[in-house]
Ligand binder design. Structure first.
Ligand code: ZN
Length: 260
């Protein structure tokens, strides 16, 4: 990290003010958050098995970028990675790092179902839920130390917790709702069929009954209820489906074949 000293005044001021308890409080600037995200991502990526099939990664990256292009953070350096893991899960960490398990691709029946989950994860980043969560979970001084790069041990612990939980952490219901609301709008604007989001939730709920082990991490971090599915369905109906919207596409089925 360069120019560390220029961050001190902000951090100190916030330490003096103490941490707020509102849902939108955030201790660090977007710039600091994206720097911190790079460090956490490097640690996370040492602890997972990244998929190295270029066709699969290209597809996921292209879909991610199409969705990101509809967000206020379109010009930030996002990364999209595929993890070799049969669990049906995806997660994101602060600073625009989005991870999709091969198990999610294998079980999302259509491109728009995958787009629904990716748009949700992208929205956690756009709304900065990750650093809010870290602030709550680890406290102001730990987060400040992480931002300043003072505590590599703590950083590794944060990364290990993310890998162990298959996500940043348990987001609040409010955060989940916000990520669903933003996400469906972004996927719609990116020309994906917005009904894909509710359909993916239904796939997940079906797996919870038939094969709960595969969706454990997803449900631990994304409480999914019938109400959530109904809300997503209602939003999709309100948006409508464009005539040219992508529900599914052959390229998606082709990469699905590569990870199944
Ligand atoms: Zn979520």
């Amino acid at each position: 990290m360069k120019n560390l000293t220029r961050y001190y005044p902000t951090v100190l001021l916030l330490l003096l003010l103490g941490c707020g308890s509102g849902s939108n409080f955030n201790l660090i600037s977007v710039e600091e958050e994206w720097q911190l995200g790079n460090q956490i991502a490097a640690d996370v990526e040492r602890q997972v098995h990244l998929n190295n099939d270029p066709a699969v990664n290209d597809y996921v990256r292209t879909m991610g970028q199409r969705i990101v292009a509809q967000t206020p953070m379109a010009n930030m350096p996002w990364t999209f990675q595929v993890i070799d893991d049969p669990e049906i899960n995806a997660f994101s960490i602060p600073g625009g790092h989005v991870y999709v398990n091969t198990g999610l691709i294998a079980n999302a029946d259509t491109a728009s179902e995958l787009a629904g989950v990716m748009a949700h994860e992208i929205s956690h980043v756009v709304a900065r839920h990750g650093t809010e969560q870290l602030s709550r979970q680890y406290g102001v001084s730990v987060l400040a130390g992480l931002v300043l790069g003072k505590d590599p041990g703590q950083l590794q612990q944060v990364a290990a917790a993310i890998v162990a939980n298959g996500a940043m952490a348990r987001f609040s219901r409010e955060d989940e709702r916000e990520a669903d609301e933003l996400g469906i709008k972004f996927m719609y604007d990116a020309n994906y069929d917005p009904r894909g989001m509710a359909e993916m939730f239904r796939v997940l709920l079906a797996h919870q009954k038939s094969d709960p082990g595969r969706v454990e991490a997803f449900f631990a971090t994304h409480p999914t209820t019938e109400e959530r599915v109904r809300d997503a369905q209602k939003r999709a109906e309100q948006l409508g489906t464009r005539a040219a919207a992508i529900t599914d596409e052959p390229q998606y089925q082709s990469i699905r074949g590569r990870v199944s």
